[in-house]
Design a protein around this ligand. Structure first.
Ligand SMILES: [Zn+2]
Length: 363
């Protein structure tokens, strides 16, 4: 609910442009955030949309470079990013078509792109510009650039350059400041110096000043958050860094509280208290990958174990040597168990993030 006590109304489909700006502003006012789920194909895309339907809240669907490549098929060579561009475009079109059938609003995003992945973003922007010309709206809502391993000036200089291209087709940028710890999608930050896991408010201010006149953006500021789920104790979460960053920008530029839309990477394994605190400081996007991977795999493992006697041959099981196993073998049966568990995990996430039932989808 916003201060006036009303829910945000959203049209089914992909949320872009000013609607996305309004959505993130509403999230900050209503103190809620949206789960951002890393999809890899139609199974996970559809689970995401079903979760949004059950929670009555928009979901953020994001493709990592590896996820986009996987959607195109691991068979394809990706040395020129051709497969990951095509996989991203195909996945985005899947959402444009099916979100309206599910009756849900979706934010479409791409995850970490370090400098070596800029050709992937360039390819997606080329396709995005064509889509924008045809339809008047962008293909994706936003792209992320993660140049956090570079000096701040270089990170921001490249963000400025891309911000202009994104703004020209009504898209937003997500940038990263400081380093998210751990390992994800082949990028290993598990041995990065601990001080780099905490962003300085001055860095957030510098980013704001570099980008504020060029377009719309969200900030993934590191506050000890880590990709993957590990034993607690190695790195301490300091959500107060997010508050200090918001306060710094608001004070220097005489803005109302929480001027920035913030992103929480590595949300898997976080406690409800940590989540609530981060959301209260203006986190609108909460990335969850490892927990949903676990959710997908775990019921399938259980199914395989429980039906072991039916899965060694096409004919013959504990009920008799001539009994067929077709129904147990059909991948649609066991894959759907994974899909349903992902929906459940995402619906739980909407609840922890305070987003459940704060929205109305209407045509
Ligand atoms: Zn991340």
């Amino acid at each position: 609910m916003n201060k006036a006590g009303s829910k945000l109304k959203l049209k089914p489909g992909v949320v872009t442009g000013q609607d996305l700006v309004d959505l993130y502003a509403y999230c900050r006012e209503a103190k809620c955030a949206l789960p951002a789920y890393n999809v890899i194909g139609s199974s996970s895309l559809n689970a995401a949309m079903q979760a949004a339907k059950e929670a009555n809240a928009p979901i953020i669907i994001q493709f990592s470079n590896g996820g986009a490549h996987f959607n195109a098929g691991k068979f394809l060579d990706n040395s020129d990013e051709r497969a990951a561009v095509a996989g991203g475009v195909a996945g985005a079109r899947h959402v444009h078509i099916l979100s309206k059938i599910y009756g849900v609003a979706v934010v479409l995003h791409t995850d970490h792109a370090a400098r070596k992945l800029l050709p992937w973003i360039d390819g997606l922007l080329e396709e995005g510009a064509k889509f924008h010309k045809e339809t008047g709206a962008p293909l994706f809502s936003s792209h992320m650039l993660d140049l956090s391993e570079e000096p701040l000036e270089e990170n921001l200089a490249t963000c400025k350059e891309y911000m202009k291209k994104l703004a020209a087709i009504d898209m937003q940028l997500e940038l990263e400041l400081g380093v998210t710890g751990g390992e994800e999608d082949g990028v290993d930050n598990s041995s990065v110096d601990a001080s780099r896991l905490y962003t300085q408010p001055e860095e957030v201010l510098a980013a704001y000043e570099a980008l504020k006149d060029l377009g719309q953006f969200t900030v993934a500021a590191a506050f000890g958050n880590t990709h993957g789920v590990y034993k607690p104790g190695n790195v301490k979460l300091k959500p107060e860094i997010l508050k200090a960053s918001q306060d710094k920008v608001a004070e220097v530029h005489s803005l109302p509280e929480k001027p920035l839309a913030l992103v929480f990477h590595g949300g898997s394994g976080s406690t409800e208290g940590e989540i609530t605190e981060a959301v209260s400081y203006g986190v609108v996007k909460f990335n969850i990958d490892t927990d949903t991977q676990w959710a997908f795999t775990q019921p399938i493992k259980k199914y395989m174990d429980e039906n072991d006697g039916y899965l060694h041959s096409q004919i013959g099981n504990p009920e008799g040597p001539d009994k067929p196993n077709k129904k147990k073998i059909d991948p649609r049966g066991w894959m759907h168990l994974g899909e349903k568990q992902v929906v459940k995990r995402l619906v739980d996430a909407f609840g922890h993030l305070g987003a459940t039932d704060k929205f109305v989808f209407e045509d």
